[in-house]
Design a protein around this ligand. Structure first.
Ligand SMILES: [Zn+2]
Ligand SMILES: [Zn+2]
Length: 273
């Protein structure tokens, strides 16, 4: 099947469409990335294409393992092939992997199986609709106290921290499956540092002051943080991440970084149904 290269998917949620336009205006250089995000959320919202994925969860998994660890996920072959082709075309990326292998590598954040940076980015976006489905399906199974810094569903490091509501409770949010988990105010998600002398934050000098970057001087990790009224929608996590690149640059300039390895080396299988 052939898809025209310029084929663009648009989201139907008006708030999301508006936000994409705003981010596009502010960050014209991120157009390529934004097109992938838009396609991925259009796909996530499209009449349940991924909603009937069958998750087989391992009940007796290790205590610190995310829910998807050693799971098997059956996805519809037609949907999988159509969607992976679409996202690779949009990203002008190509690789030797079968769609099922590409999606599995992205799900497990196994970059060694993805040859180029372009393919890694495209693969992460390709996995987004499935990860969102998993996040929704497994939300009720997320332990109410989860002490790890990585996502209790998919094992990724948090994309951002929310300071939620009047009480300013601190929630970490996953930009892949949108899962949120509440954590202590002073605790580094990457190395579990709790000594406040080693934890701090960077805030912009001017302009917007509500967002900041939490930094840890023990492991040099950082995570962006923002106050929220209630939990952010899945797409808000991804777009807020994109819209706060200057904060990221400030952190990198000061020698902070994101861990190279994923939070948890997830082992999961995707099969075609
Ligand atoms: Zn996750
Ligand atoms: Zn740390």
């Amino acid at each position: 099947m052939l898809w025209p290269l310029t084929r663009r998917r648009h989201v139907t949620n008006p708030q999301l469409a508006q936000r994409i336009d705003a981010v596009r205006d502010q960050n014209p250089e991120s157009e390529r990335w934004l097109a992938l995000v838009e396609a991925a959320f259009a796909e996530s919202g499209s009449d349940g294409a991924w909603g009937d994925a069958v998750l087989t969860i391992l009940e007796a998994r290790p205590v610190r393992a995310p829910i998807l660890h050693q799971s098997q996920i059956a996805v519809r072959r037609r949907v999988l092939h159509r969607w992976v082709r679409e996202i690779l075309d949009l990203a002008s990326a190509d690789g030797s992997l079968e769609p099922v292998e590409l999606l599995e590598a992205a799900l497990c954040q196994d970059d060694s199986r993805l040859e180029t940076p372009e393919l890694r980015v495209a693969a992460q976006m390709a996995a987004l609709p499935l990860l969102q489905t998993c996040g929704r399906a497994l939300a009720a199974q997320v332990p109410s106290s989860w002490w790890e810094g990585y996502c209790p569903v998919c094992g990724a490091w948090p994309t951002l921290a929310e300071f939620r509501g009047l009480e300013r409770k601190r929630w970490l949010r996953c930009g892949r499956c949108a899962t949120g988990w509440e954590v202590a105010w002073l605790r580094c998600p990457f190395c579990d540092e709790t000594q406040h002398a080693n934890l701090g934050y960077l805030a912009p000098e001017e302009g917007e002051t509500t967002r900041k970057v939490e930094v840890c001087d023990t492991c040099k990790g950082y995570v962006k943080a923002e106050p929220t009224v209630k939990h952010l929608a899945a797409w808000e996590i991804v777009l807020d991440d994109l819209a706060t690149v200057p904060l990221e640059v400030a952190a990198l300039d000061r020698g902070y970084h994101r861990p190279e390895r994923p939070g948890f080396a997830l082992e999961a299988r995707i099969v075609e149904a």
